[in-house]
Design a protein around this ligand. Structure first.
Ligand SMILES: [Zn+2]
Length: 272
């Protein structure tokens, strides 16, 4: 969504800035002469940065939704409009969201949500080397990987299906801990976090290799059965070894893994 909004808003003159909430609407005129210089997601938060350094923060929770329409038009919806940002050609419209704030420059550091949020998986600084250091840090090294990968304070932006797919690709059981991994296993995990998040981003949610996805699509399987190697594939054979994939609960969410490829032991997690 950040990409779609950037396509129509970035560096364009704003003709309308409107907020549903009065305390924000009072500041709307001060934004009108400005342009938007950056739009990015941070975990599930969206940050729209104006060129005076102020940032419009929004979090959609489970109900907020952005629409992009031609300027002056509105979607047919019963939702409640909360933010309208318009250029002479386009309207970016946020409906239903309740968490919307205009932050002064740097205010995210003391923000109750953003201030505790880990770096986004796509942030420029989130390199494999950075991830290796973070996984080994005293704060996170003793945590189980299954819990850690869902913890937005460790890393923001990893959804539940990515957790299963990353651990399978790294051949690590979710109960293992970063502090117990050798250098090779840690490096593989750090690489797979970035690689699978990037692949999912570029393909709108596929984590399996392209050839595997296409072969299953050609066989007539439904889309949800084609996208992932282990996620939502419990009782089906592991694509690497044929062992039946299992499902478990981990940090309150479902997790899928291969008991053979992802052993619980203290070895490096290599495929047997
Ligand atoms: Zn397997």
């Amino acid at each position: 969504m950040a990409d779609h909004l950037a396509d129509v808003l970035l560096q364009r003159p704003l003709s309308t800035v409107w907020f549903r909430f009065p305390h924000l609407q009072a500041q709307a005129p001060s934004l009108l002469p400005l342009r938007i210089r950056d739009i990015r997601s941070w975990g599930k938060a969206l940050l729209i940065e104006f060129d005076d350094g102020r940032t419009l923060y929004s979090h959609n929770q489970l109900y907020g939704r952005w629409f992009i329409r031609k300027a002056g038009t509105r979607p047919a919806t019963n939702r409640d409009l909360r933010v309208a940002l318009e250029t002479p050609t386009h309207a970016a419209l946020l409906y239903s969201a309740s968490e919307i704030e205009l932050l002064d420059p740097g205010a995210w550091r003391v923000h109750p949500f953003l201030g505790r949020l880990g770096p986004d998986v796509f942030a420029p600084g989130t390199t494999p080397a950075f991830l290796r250091r973070r996984l080994r840090s005293p704060r996170f090294r003793k945590r189980t990987l299954g819990g850690l990968l869902m913890d937005q304070q460790f890393l923001a932006g990893l959804g539940n299906y990515l957790r299963s797919e990353i651990l399978f690709a790294a051949r690590l059981h979710p109960d293992r801990r970063a502090g117990d991994l050798d250098d090779d296993a840690l490096a593989l995990l750090a690489r797979q976090i970035r690689a699978l998040a990037r692949r999912a981003y570029l393909t709108a949610g596929e984590t399996a290799p392209k050839a595997w996805v296409r072969a299953r699509q050609a066989a007539g399987l439904p889309r949800r059965a084609c996208r992932h190697l282990v996620f939502e594939r419990d009782e089906e054979p592991c694509p690497a070894c044929g062992t039946e994939i299992r499902r478990m609960d981990c940090s309150g969410r479902r997790l899928y893994f291969c008991p053979r490829c992802q052993p619980t032991g203290t070895d490096t997690g290599e495929t047997p």
